[in-house]
Ligand binder design. Structure first.
Ligand SMILES: Nc1ncnc2c1ncn2[C@@H]1O[C@H](COP(=O)(O)OP(=O)(O)OP(=O)(O)O)[C@@H](O)[C@H]1O
Ligand SMILES: N[C@@H](CCO)C(=O)O
Length: 322
């Protein structure tokens, strides 16, 4: 259960009073989530999520995340809308942690998204990219090529204990990506962690996108490559080409991609697979005794990487052949 900071009833009542939302009706910790402490809060003024930001989110990045959610919500994206207190402040402090309240979004996240959900996701991702086009904040992607080198230096030595040959695979892949990585693709704000657990649906309709705490500025097509990795492989590791085709079509119906983006797409998929392989490998090999949450298994992303290494054509992912 990921509630790292316990908040007392007195603390929460005093905190909520600063927003003028009436009395607190119910207040309970949310088990899901790894990074922060999250509470579901019902007040006379409505339902909200209260987040206390724990160690893995850098305080200096929080204004970027909060103002981005403000910006996107104002443009009709169904993301959490930060609640501002009576003095207009959204990023506050509670129990010595940075804290914010955001709107509660209805819907459920899916363990087994369908073709239709993948199409919806593609469309919503493109809408998010377009809605953020005039956002003026900037945050570099700490988990792009340079970050992977640093992470690999920490996570890869001895990684053969997780899978034979993994250390060499990582070293070779980074060398390959350094040579191949595209640097001049259309860029802007990307979500950068849009896995199924961060997306809510009501039936087939997408009702919410959450967890903007990896958002940053990078190539837009890279965000779609992350989603292909996160949504279009089945539990047995098989790539689902139909899901990818639907997602790509959904995306392109809103924001048609350039020829350069399409040509680079297989490389971006390799990079995205490596990114999650490395972060998962690091967490897997640095488990903390007594931690509340089990780290994700890195192996599925090694398998995805191997798949992408074999398929150097954009047609694999559902782009029409030139
Ligand atoms: N705005 C929201 N509306 C409804 N539920 C939410 C909202 N924000 C978060 N939740 C719920 O809280 C859970 C944890 O949220 P979130 O994924 O942001 O946590 P986290 O600690 O940042 O974890 P991680 O980054 O590992 O996913 C979600 O799975 C969801 O159930
Ligand atoms: N989505 C990430 C976890 C961090 O948000 C993963 O599946 O590895």
């Amino acid at each position: 259960m990921a509630v790292y900071t316990e908040v007392s009833a007195d603390d929460i009542s005093a905190f909520v009073a600063e927003y003028g939302l009436g009395a607190v009706l119910t207040f309970k910790g949310i088990a899901e989530g790894v990074e922060n402490s999250n509470y579901l809060l019902q007040t006379e003024g409505g339902s909200f999520i209260l987040t206390l930001y724990e160690k893995r989110v850098k305080p200096e990045d929080l204004p970027y995340f909060i103002t981005l959610m403000d910006h996107l919500a104002a443009r009709g994206i169904t993301c959490p809308r930060p609640v501002h207190d009576l003095e207009g402040v959204a990023l506050k402090t509670l129990c010595d942690r940075p804290a914010a309240m955001v709107s509660f979004l209805n819907g459920i996240s899916l363990k087994r998204p369908s073709f239709a959900h993948c199409g919806e996701l593609g469309r919503a991702l493109a809408e998010l990219h377009q809605a953020a086009a005039d956002f003026t904040g900037f945050r570099a992607n700490a988990l792009s090529l340079e970050g992977w080198q640093d992470l690999a230096a920490k996570a890869a030595p001895g990684a053969d204990s997780v899978a034979p040959g993994l250390e060499q695979t990582i070293r070779d892949e980074i060398a390959w990506l350094e040579a191949a990585w595209p640097h001049d693709l259309p860029s802007g704000v990307i979500h950068a962690d849009l896995f199924p657990d961060n997306v809510f649906f009501l039936g087939e309709k997408l009702s919410g996108i959450i967890d903007f705490y990896f958002a940053c500025n990078d190539a837009l097509a890279y965000d779609l490559a992350i989603c292909i990795n996160a949504w279009c492989f089945e539990p047995d590791g098989a790539f689902n080409a139909t899901k990818a085709r639907q997602m790509v079509a959904g995306y392109q119906a809103v924001r048609p991609m350039t020829a350069q983006e399409i040509a680079a797409f297989p490389i971006l998929c390799r990079g995205a697979a490596l990114r999650f392989l490395l972060t998962r490998l690091y967490d897997w090999r640095n488990q903390i005794d007594g931690a509340l949450v089990r780290p994700h298994n890195p192996i599925p992303f090694l398998e995805r990487l191997r798949f992408h290494q074999q398929s150097l054509s954009a047609a694999t992912y559902g782009f029409d052949a030139e």
